[in-house]
Write a protein that binds this ligand. Structure first.
Ligand code: HEM
Length: 147
């Protein structure tokens, strides 16, 4: 069980309220695919991922960025119960998609960097701290059904 302070809850919700789901999700996924290119192999059905411009312009990357961030929104709405909220999703990534769970951390770091780029000075160290903690909870929940 994760304990959230009142300030952490407020911080996570106030940033989330200003997040454009498709834009931030796409940017995070584009960074994952460019910075950690081995992650491209999981998306072999997405078509052209041959260079950063192709990745950024790929409609499936945009669609999936939105899907991933919509799931993050579910975690925001269930902050006290992310593990059970993501139990099915964890099983899917483990048993069906066979995604190496190290990659969850990489996507989490990409998300943090995109939030920093989006919010600039407003992404203060304490805002980052709350978000890194939240992202760590998501990563742990997504990894929970691996054995
Ligand atoms: C914050 C971390 C992540 C979240 C919240 C997340 C969320 C999701 C969601 C909601 C779906 C759709 C599930 C469905 O159709 O029922 C999905 C599918 C998928 N995810 Fe993730 N995911 C994460 C990280 C990753 C990473 C790091 C990879 C690989 C490097 C990955 C690979 C995939 C693949 C291949 C699919 C299926 C895509 C398709 O064919 O449409 N995910 N993910």
């Amino acid at each position: 069980m994760v304990n959230w302070t009142v300030t952490e809850r407020k911080t996570i919700n106030s940033i989330w309220a200003k997040v454009h789901i498709e834009e931030v999700g796409t940017q995070a996924l584009v960074r994952l695919l460019v910075v950690y290119p081995w992650t491209q192999r999981y998306f072999s059905t997405f078509g052209n991922l041959s260079n950063p411009a192709a990745i950024a312009g790929n409609a499936k990357v945009h669609e999936h960025g939105k899907t991933v961030l919509t799931a993050v929104g579910e975690a925001v709405r269930h902050m006290d119960d992310v593990k059970s909220t993501f139990a099915k999703l964890s099983k899917l990534h483990s048993e069906k998609l066979h995604v190496d769970p190290d990659n969850f951390k990489h996507l989490g770091d990409c998300l943090s960097i995109v939030l920093a780029a989006t919010f600039g000075h407003a992404y203060t160290p304490d805002v980052q701290a709350a978000w890194q903690k939240f992202i760590a909870v998501i990563v742990s929940a997504l990894s929970s059904q691996y054995h």
